[in-house]
Design a protein around this ligand. Sequence first.
Ligand SMILES: Nc1ncnc2c1ncn2[C@@H]1O[C@H](COP(=O)(O)OP(=O)(O)OP(=O)(O)O)[C@@H](O)[C@H]1O
Ligand SMILES: [Mg+2]
Length: 251
Amino acid sequence: MTTTPSRQRDTVLQASELVRSYGEGETAVTAVAGVSLAFHTGEFTAIMGPSGSGKSTLMNLLAGLDTPTSGRVLVEGRDLSRLTDRELARLRRERVGFVFQSFNLLPALTAEQNILLPLRLSGQRPDRAHLDEVVASLRIGDRLAHRPPELSGGQQQRVAVARALLTRPAVLFADEPTGALDVTSGRELLEHLRSASTELGRTIVMVTHDPVAATYADRVLTMSDGLLRDSLERPTTNEVLTAMARTETRC
Ligand SMILES: Nc1ncnc2c1ncn2[C@@H]1O[C@H](COP(=O)(O)OP(=O)(O)OP(=O)(O)O)[C@@H](O)[C@H]1O
Ligand SMILES: [Mg+2]
């Protein structure tokens, strides 16, 4: 695959020759089979591909949640393989944000307490103006005193996005963030991710199965068999569908 960055911007995240294999011998599986790529500040990237193509594995490697069999990942120029466990834990807490399909909020805490939790865990004082900005942009200002079970799925996911954004992460990772939402809440969430990239300048890497969701991104990467296949700049839904069809014929 060839990657042609459309704009000259800072590289915030870089992977070179990433490989992740599981098991040995006949039962060995190579989930990521040699991936090199770069993400630029403020860029919104979607990763698509058939089930089992290695999307989540790649994302976990990029986020420092998993260790590659070979190859390396640089987050803001720091090689993850050279960090101590403590440094890596800190980087994950402070420089990387996560949003999962299943929200992962703590039900006993209010929305605001959930949002502030990562900052509290790293002993930082919340910046009230930044909290207000993030909460306003996600339109959850009137839900902050509620606990997750009192919120809709869309609201819960927006709380999860606020929590991930509040530390001003270098990269926000989202693995199928709209997977548990209805179409309308899903589109709304994508608009919020889009504006986190455009207005707050956040770098976003999102895995999705939904070709329409992918069109909210600046760039869509497709994967099959642990390798990157296509890189599309601001594609239409039809272009995404065509690229997806190419990955499926390879499987
Ligand atoms: N811990 C593990 N041990 C063994 N094999 C694994 C492990 N995690 C993932 N795999 C395998 O690696 C491959 C890629 O998995 P991965 O979860 O990255 O796929 P995916 O593209 O995210 O799929 P989906 O769209 O279904 O979420 C699959 O064949 C999977 O079975
Ligand atoms: Mg996955």
